[in-house]
Design a protein around this ligand. Structure first.
Ligand SMILES: Cc1cc2nc3c(=O)[nH]c(=O)nc-3n(C[C@H](O)[C@H](O)[C@H](O)COP(=O)(O)O)c2cc1C
Length: 400
């Protein structure tokens, strides 16, 4: 079988060097990559690097190898075009349909999915001109990955950093897998909670659970690839930030509740994949609880934590907001799931069986997605990413 053909557009931002890592990931995972840098990009990384790493000639203008009509052929033959980093200038030229170099010609002739990974200073990213250009590109079906927050060129920090190349690769992989499917979550804001809360007993100990956060992260990554704006509220996962997601880190159930309610205010979809502790210690000892000779430990009194899923479902920010819950059950899985769906009032409930060696921390999952409308969708054993896509397949037609 022919290798999937990827065009890697590189524009003239300081993060151009990170595209070398993206290029490596793409080639090493069996993609045929053609790099099309802009003239400015070559100030940062030279043509020799792109050519040697990709195994293809490199040009910035339409005037090289004219007999092969590269300004048309490269775009026509591509299965995916990814522009990383995408400068404010390249986003503007793409949004306005300019064709003044090989990359913009390629963008006009490509009929495959297109991913932009913008990187620039926060002021450039927030400028109304850039905002409008990004909105135009998204409206036309491109996946524009939100930049990360962090250190920028020089000493300043803020939103505008190129996400980790490995995570951009993950978005590309998923977009390629979806093929010609439209980014059906474009223009939607989805809020996803992931991980497990920790309820402190004293400064060194907590009550926790075994949730790794991998299912929530799979939901975030697949939602980005389907065009959504994603807010990921993570509790104690230690996982790398998915490209394109705004990540909010919390520790306890009470903190998770605050973060979810704040983000849900303008969300189209809220997915509660985090394992939230039902109870927390009634008291927090400000100093480490000591073991005393001859004394039995004091029992730990617990109080109930807020029921975030029920609260989000009952107090929807908008009547058409879709709320998805997760139920981890150890016995009577389906019966407990149906009862929980009624009690919580959510639209969809993903029910899975958990145990010490099942689901938690693993790469795979198996579940049944129950709908408030009576539907039951079994999802066979497979990668957490497949379950995530099934959830979005069920959410997408329910969106107003
Ligand atoms: C050191 C340096 C770093 C730059 N970094 C960025 C950047 O990260 N993002 C951006 O949009 N522009 C950046 N620019 C400005 C672009 O290089 C400039 O707008 C250029 O015209 C972009 O051309 P291109 O879009 O054709 O690559 C930088 C310029 C310099 C000199």
């Amino acid at each position: 079988m022919d290798k999937p053909k990827v065009v890697l557009g590189v524009s003239g931002g300081i993060a151009a060097y990170k595209a070398c890592e993206l290029l490596r990931r793409l080639t090493e995972s069996g993609h045929d990559v053609r790099v099309v840098p802009t003239e400015s990009a070559l100030h940062f990384v030279g043509a020799a690097t792109w050519s040697a790493l990709s195994g293809h000639p490199v040009a910035t203008e339409v005037w090289n190898d004219v007999h092969e009509v590269p300004h048309v052929r490269i775009g026509q033959g591509a299965d995916l075009v990814v522009v990383a980093p995408a400068t404010a200038d390249t986003l503007a030229r793409a949004a306005h349909g300019l064709a003044d170099d090989l990359l913009t010609n390629t963008l006009l002739t490509a009929r495959c999915p297109v991913v932009f990974a913008p990187a620039m200073h926060t002021e450039m990213w927030e400028h109304p001109a850039t905002r409008e250009n990004v909105a135009t590109l998204r409206r036309r079906g491109a996946v524009v990955i939100e930049p990360a927050v962090g250190r920028l060129t020089g000493v300043d920090t803020g939103k505008g950093r190129l996400p980790d190349p490995g995570e951009i690769f993950e978005v590309c992989r998923r977009v390629l897998t979806r093929g010609a499917a439209e980014p059906d979550l474009a223009g939607r804001h989805v809020v996803i909670s992931a991980g497990g809360t920790r309820e402190p007993l004293d400064p060194v100990r907590y009550l926790g659970n075994r949730s790794s956060g991998k299912q929530g992260y799979a939901l975030a990554r697949t939602a980005v690839a389907r065009g959504a704006r994603v807010t990921l509220i993570e509790a104690n996962t230690g996982l790398p930030d998915p490209a394109g997601a705004d990540v909010v880190s919390v520790g306890t159930a009470v903190q998770l509740r605050e973060a979810v309610l704040r983000a849900a205010a303008d969300a189209d979809v809220v997915v509660m994949a985090a394992a939230v502790a039902d109870f927390r210690p009634a008291a927090y000892a400000p100093g480490k609880i000591k073991k005393r000779d001859g004394q039995e430990p004091e029992p730990v009194a617990l109080v109930r934590n807020p029921d975030i899923l029920a609260e989000v479902s009952a107090g929807r920010a908008r009547p058409d907001q879709i709320v998805v819950g997760f139920a981890a059950e150890t016995d009577d899985v389906l019966a407990n799931g149906r009862e929980k769906l009624r009690r919580k009032g959510c639209d969809l409930l993903v029910v899975n069986e958990v145990g010490e060696r099942r689901t938690f921390g693993s790469e795979d999952n198996e579940a049944v997605v129950l709908g408030a409308d009576g539907t039951e969708t079994p999802v066979p054993h497979g990668p957490k990413e497949a379950l995530a896509d099934t959830v979005w397949d069920l959410v997408s037609p329910r969106l107003g």
